[in-house]
Design a protein around this ligand. Structure first.
Ligand code: FAD
Length: 300
């Protein structure tokens, strides 16, 4: 008799939005999944002002989480106001604005808590016969068929595989804030609508901010994180869970998307700094900024 087939096992490093998206998708595709999060305490809200795009909700629905009006606040468009509070630009663009916690909590609830491990800080990776082993700072280790680096901007997984890929100063600092609605003047209140070269390495995949960082003012980091997870899950399904084959396809398809997001961030940088190129000068207007920031955009 042939031996009983073993379920493939994924080790996900990082238990935030990218990690939980991948974990939930692979679990529903028949994988055993373990999530390792370095924080020793439950993750708390990490802020509001997450602009969403339809691709994020597609992933959430595939996981089986209902998407209703409570997922965020619907906005009709953007405005630009000057220092005096006067409206100097308006751009209609219906979108939903949410919070990190509103997306994290249902993703966390959808994943079995006994497989979500707090206090596991990834340290290094090693090869095993027909698999891969993650080693943690607490001295423990885990074996899997696939390691997913979803450990954010300063990814330790990426650091092991691509130590040369370091964050680069963008050349500017953007301040982003939230204000209490009650602190706005009546007029402003009324105007405010009233109310890395590689992302796959044999058996290791990078997703979310660990793979490519969409700068905050691109407003697409969360959707990109969820869609990276979806693309990875699809590649595994299409390759019948042959991890190296799937990761080669993930690399080929998704790296171009990530490069597009990074290029978009650089283009925005030129607009925001008012760099004196014909292209930037032509677009350095409130309308152009509203058209470029947090747009839904497909990259070939
Ligand atoms: C000011 C600001 C505004 C933003 N606005 C938007 C927006 O409007 N729209 C949008 O879509 N996105 C926005 N983003 C980006 C968005 O928050 C991120 O793109 C998204 O959270 C990426 O998720 P992630 O899971 O890849 O990374 P993270 O959320 O950074 O999660 C990484 C996780 O890995 C864990 N970790 C790190 N190292 C280790 C380790 N060694 N071992 C184990 N675990 C580890 C961390 O504790 C963390 O929980 C914004 C970001 C900022 C800072």
């Amino acid at each position: 008799m042939p031996p009983p087939s073993r379920r493939p096992r994924a080790l996900v490093i990082g238990g935030s939005l990218a990690g939980l998206s991948a974990a939930n998708l692979l679990l529903r595709q028949g994988w055993d999944v373990e999530v390792f999060e370095q924080s020793t305490e439950k993750l708390e809200g990490r802020g509001a002002g997450i602009i969403t795009h339809p691709g994020l909700f597609d992933v959430i629905r595939v996981i089986g989480i209902p998407v209703d009006d409570t997922i965020g606040v619907a906005i009709e468009g953007r405005i630009v106001i000057d220092r005096s509070g006067a409206l100097i630009g308006k751009f209609p663009l219906p979108q939903v604005v949410s919070t990190w916690g509103r997306l994290y909590l249902p993703l966390k609830a959808a994943f079995p808590s006994e497989h979500y491990h707090l206090g596991y800080s990834f340290d290094r990776v090693s090869q095993a016969a027909d698999g891969i082993v993650a080693h943690f700072a607490n001295g423990e280790s885990a074996r899997g068929d696939l390691l997913i680096g979803a450990d954010g901007l300063r990814s330790a997984v990426r650091g092991c595989l691509l130590p040369e890929a370091q964050p680069v100063y963008a050349g500017y600092v953007a301040w982003r804030g939230l204000v209490d609605e009650n602190a706005l003047s009546a007029a402003t209140h009324r105007d405010l609508i009233l109310e890395s070269p590689r992302i796959a390495f044999d058996r290791v995949a990078l997703i979310g901010d660990a793979a490519f960082v969409a700068r905050p003012h691109c407003g697409m980091g969360t959707t990109k994180a969820a869609c990276d997870a979806m693309c990875l899950a699809q590649a595994l399904r299409d390759a019948n869970d042959d991890v190296p084959v799937a990761l080669a396809r993930y690399q080929a398809g998704r790296a171009r998307y990530g490069a597009g997001v990074v290029a978009h961030g650089r283009e925005l940088e030129a607009h925001l700094q008012g760099i004196d190129t014909p292209e930037a000068t032509r677009h350095h207007t409130p309308e152009a900024v509203m058209r470029k920031i947090a747009i839904t955009r497909d990259y070939p």
